[in-house]
Design a protein around this ligand. Structure first.
Ligand SMILES: [Zn+2]
Length: 233
């Protein structure tokens, strides 16, 4: 890897889990003991907004208690070394930003932001007065705010920008995400199709491990710092 190598990173739940954040489990369809239909769909929000609001307020308050781990920090070092870098995360926590990453996309939204149901105004709201159980009104139009989270059946954010980066990258690295479900599998295919080297780092081997030119099994926080040091020497 040289400074000119164009690198796209995709991070998933595994990198957040190493900081103590539990996310949606595909194995049983539960997120912190709630069914996904209940807390991560527009229908769930319409049926019981109090429950959904309370669920995300807990997730938002949890951000104050967690810290970036060595994998987040290694990605900052890699970004600082490279001229052409994009980090795409499926995670909704703020750990990449807090670690110091700059070129990153939250394709599934961000816990620290809220969005107006009426005018779509999006704002970071992480002060104490924003983290209680009461609904909050929009600062622009007084509409009700909802979590700025991409729920199931809603469209991921910044897909054009992601597609542009993938179709021009030299190296694609998937970290803490099983490579066999979308979007990881789709991104992997796009990158591989146009000739990128593909690398996977995950606790469990993905079903499509053969799609990766290189697969490293283990904790990202243990594997990535040494790798980045090697790449950036
Ligand atoms: Zn509004």
């Amino acid at each position: 890897m040289t400074k000119n190598t164009r690198v796209v990173i995709l991070t998933g739940a595994g990198i957040s889990a190493e900081s103590g954040i539990q996310t949606f489990r595909a194995s049983d369809g539960l997120w912190e003991n709630h069914r996904v239909e209940e807390v991560a769909t527009p229908e769930g929000w319409a049926a019981n907004p109090e429950l959904v609001w309370s669920f995300y307020q807990q997730r938002r308050r949890q951000l104050l208690e967690v810290e970036p781990n060595p994998a987040h920090i290694a990605l900052v070092d890699l970004e600082n070394y490279l001229d052409n870098f994009l980090l795409i995360t499926q995670n909704v926590d703020n750990l990449h930003g807090r670690a110091g990453s700059k070129q990153f996309i939250h394709m599934h939204g961000e816990l620290e932001k809220l969005r107006c149901e009426q005018c779509n105004h999006v704002e970071i709201m992480m002060e104490n007065e924003h983290l209680g159980e009461e609904f909050i009104s929009c600062t622009q139009c007084e509409g009700r705010l909802r979590p700025h989270i991409v729920w199931f059946s809603e469209s991921p954010l910044h897909l054009n920008e992601i597609d542009d980066a993938l179709s021009q990258c030299d190296v694609f690295i998937a970290i803490g995400t099983s490579g066999n479900v979308t979007p990881a599998s789709t991104f992997l295919n796009i990158a591989k199709f146009q000739g990128a080297r593909t690398i996977g780092i995950n606790l469990d081997p993905p079903a499509n491990v053969y799609f990766f030119d290189e697969f490293l099994q283990g904790k990202a926080g243990e594997i990535l710092p040494a790798l980045v040091q090697k790449w950036t020497q």
